[in-house]
Design a protein around this ligand. Structure first.
Ligand code: FES
Ligand code: FE
Length: 335
């Protein structure tokens, strides 16, 4: 690994990563993991909080604690922590000053787009992705269960951005084996991201013995570094919709992906169709991605072979390499 590459956890700590869907976070605190850290996520009247998972007193699991007016109360001896992680109550000795070390590491957390996002560094290096349509009040959303894959976040993003695998990996769901060539496409640099658009003759399986039909789809990819992408689908047969995939790194070799779609709320059939078909499609991806080696996202271009049709995942990798090295992301390389 070249000397400019920083440790994985250090390099990606200053970015926002999702640790839970908002709908998963109810009254009980929720366990989360991010970049090697064990976290507890909880919501009080003043919003969402994310702190270290284990109590500063005797290491009890705060996921078994209770959210009370003052904050999060540990179930072992009742120590209670405020949103900033400082202990505000030690019930065994009221009226005695609370030791300064009685505190949990606490992190910046925000709820947006139906997700709880966390930044492990004091200052984020980049804002959250801008997906204004999700806040317009005009679209409904439907989420898949979290994708818990033994895949690095970067490998996950690269398979989502891989325009050449569609006809191979996705045969039987929407892949069209007749369409093997990838016509040239552009990759455009956005602030903090990339955009590319392709046109793909998806093959919609025939229902009830009918022949499969070609669904000519325009697919726009918009990456927000480091691990988020919005896919906008404009098909001719199926419904226009957006898909959002955000890989949340547990470690350099393992991630969970938060994956959901936005659609017009009048499309009552959309959620069922989306969940069923997307889970089948993603299972095809999982089998390939979990078997790739090396498991860690390569931080150079030397160990694998790259062709022009891979331009989008290549530019993505180039951007991630820059972030990992602490350099600004350069624009796409000229063809
Ligand atoms: Fe949490 Fe004692 S271990 S209060
Ligand atoms: Fe795929």
């Amino acid at each position: 690994m070249d000397s400019g590459v920083r440790p994985y956890e250090e390099a990606f700590a200053p970015y926002w990563h999702p640790v839970a869907f908002s709908h998963e976070l109810k009254e009980r605190p929720l366990a989360a993991r991010l970049l090697g850290r064990e976290l507890v996520v909880w919501r009080s009247g003043s919003g969402v909080s994310v702190t270290q998972r284990y109590c500063a007193h005797r290491g009890a699991d705060l996921c078994g604690g209770t959210v009370v007016g003052e904050g999060l109360r540990c179930g072992f001896h009742g120590w209670t922590y405020g949103q900033d992680g400082r202990c505000v109550r030690v019930p065994s000795q009221p009226g005695v000053p609370i030791p300064a070390r009685a505190a949990l590491a606490s992190y910046r957390a925000v709820e947006r787009y139906g997700l709880v996002w966390v930044c492990l560094a004091p200052e984020p290096a980049a804002p959250l992705p801008e997906w204004p349509e999700l806040e317009s009040g005009k679209l409904a959303t439907v989420a898949l269960p979290r994708l818990d894959w033994n895949v690095s976040a970067g490998r996950m993003m690269e398979i989502v951005l891989d325009v050449t695998h569609l006809s191979w990996v996705h045969e039987g769901t929407f892949g069209n084996p007749e369409q093997q060539e990838v016509p040239a496409y552009d990759v455009e640099r956005l602030p903090g991201g990339l955009r590319a658009q392709i046109s793909y003759p998806a093959l919609a399986p025939g229902i009830g013995g009918a022949a499969p039909r070609v669904d000519k789809t325009t697919l726009t990819y918009e990456v927000s570094f480091p691990f988020a992408v919005r896919l906008s689908f404009k098909p001719t047969l199926f419904f226009q919709h957006g898909v959002y995939a955000i890989a949340s790194p547990w470690s350099e070799e393992k991630m969970q992906c938060f994956y959901f779609a936005s659609y017009h709320p009048g499309l009552k059939l959309f959620p069922d169709i989306f969940v069923k078909s997307e889970l089948a499609i993603l299972e095809q991806d999982r089998l390939v991605a979990e078997a790739q080696r090396p498991k860690a996202h390569p931080m150079d271009f030397a160990g694998e072979v790259h062709v022009k049709a891979d331009r989008l995942p290549n530019e993505y990798r180039r951007g991630v390499i820059s972030l990992r090295a602490g350099r600004p992301i350069e624009g796409p390389t000229p063809e």
